[in-house]
Write a protein that binds this ligand. Structure first.
Ligand SMILES: Nc1ncnc2c1ncn2[C@@H]1O[C@H](COP(=O)(O)OP(=O)(O)O)[C@@H](O)[C@H]1O
Ligand SMILES: CC(C)(COP(=O)(O)O)[C@@H](O)C(=O)NCCC(=O)O
Ligand SMILES: [K+]
Length: 258
């Protein structure tokens, strides 16, 4: 019984699997806004079968992680948290300071690399996460993380514009090619800013690697972006969980070898 946990800046996502390897059977899953995570042990988690291992990634800060650890005291298991490193499960880290890379980005790239190799020959990958923030990360065909973009997500973009101006307090609009009112202008601007970053990274990878990347998109607001992304992509909601399963499996293999 393996519990995977992804703590972002807006929500905690969790999934329980029968075993700790990619492709394992999913038994239960859920999501909780960070304001509600102190009730997991007497709520969503109360009737779950006890996990024998817990692996997570957390980018929401230490106080939040500690609050989740308190909830995990429900079971007799001590959680491990992934921190980005120089190498993990076949992905190498090109960040100047590897440990400063967001753990969620690192885990998602491990998941993407596993999926890609599972489906065919090695190719570059473009990993897009649409959460509180948006990240657009590049991996070459050898599994090396080349670097990536960080952008504000939809919500942060709108709040930044609202708080920095006098005349932009308007309801959500529609995405359109030629917005003709403030609501549509803001909604379209945010959506196409993200779509533009994805297209640019796609071209950067194509130029650098000489091959079109496989583009995998994930995150709570991925479905909102899907209609406006012009490069071929797959929407994989479980990408971070795939990465956590892959890392858990690899860590066991390495422990046995030693
Ligand atoms: N049902 C939903 N619940 C929460 N957030 C949602 C939902 N649908 C879309 N979103 C969007 O997804 C974002 C949160 O996505 P998520 O992947 O949970 O973020 P994070 O990993 O940063 O916590 C929010 O900013 C919101 O715009
Ligand atoms: C970029 C992020 C804020 C994304 O967070 P999220 O939208 O998933 O809540 C997170 O990955 C992070 O804090 N990264 C550390 C800085 C970096 O990756 O360079
Ligand atoms: K995330």
């Amino acid at each position: 019984m393996f519990l995977a946990i992804d703590i972002g800046n807006t929500r905690l996502k969790w999934a329980q699997y029968e075993a700790a390897h990619p492709g394992a059977r999913l038994l239960a899953h859920g999501a909780a806004f960070l304001e509600t995570i102190d009730h997991l042990a007497d709520g969503e988690w109360k009737d779950l079968p006890a996990p024998t291992a817990v692996l997570g990634c957390c980018v929401a800060g230490e106080p939040v992680r500690h609050r989740v650890e308190e909830q995990l005291e429900l079971w007799d298991v001590s959680p491990s948290w992934v921190i980005a490193s120089a190498e993990e499960a076949g992905v190498t880290n090109g960040y100047e300071h590897p440990t400063r890379l967001g753990a969620d980005r690192w885990v998602a790239m491990v998941g993407a690399r596993w999926r890609l190799l599972n489906e065919g020959p090695a190719r570059p990958a473009l990993v897009v996460m649409i959460g509180t923030a948006v990240t657009v990360d590049a991996i070459d065909a050898s599994g090396r993380f080349l670097g990536g973009f960080i952008l504000p997500g939809h919500g942060i973009m709108l709040r930044a514009l609202e708080s920095g101006t006098a005349g932009l307090h308007v309801p959500t609009g529609d995405v359109c090619d030629f917005p003709a009112n403030t609501s549509d202008a803001l909604t379209s601007g945010g959506t196409y800013a993200i779509a533009g970053a994805i297209e640019r990274m796609y071209r950067n990878i194509l130029r650098h690697c000489g091959t079109e990347p496989v583009c995998i998109m994930t995150g709570g607001a991925g479905w909102k972006m899907a209609p406006y992304v012009t490069v071929p992509f797959q929407l994989v909601e479980s990408l971070i969980f795939d990465g956590l399963l892959r890392i858990a499996e690899q860590r066991v293999i390495e422990r046995v070898r030693r």
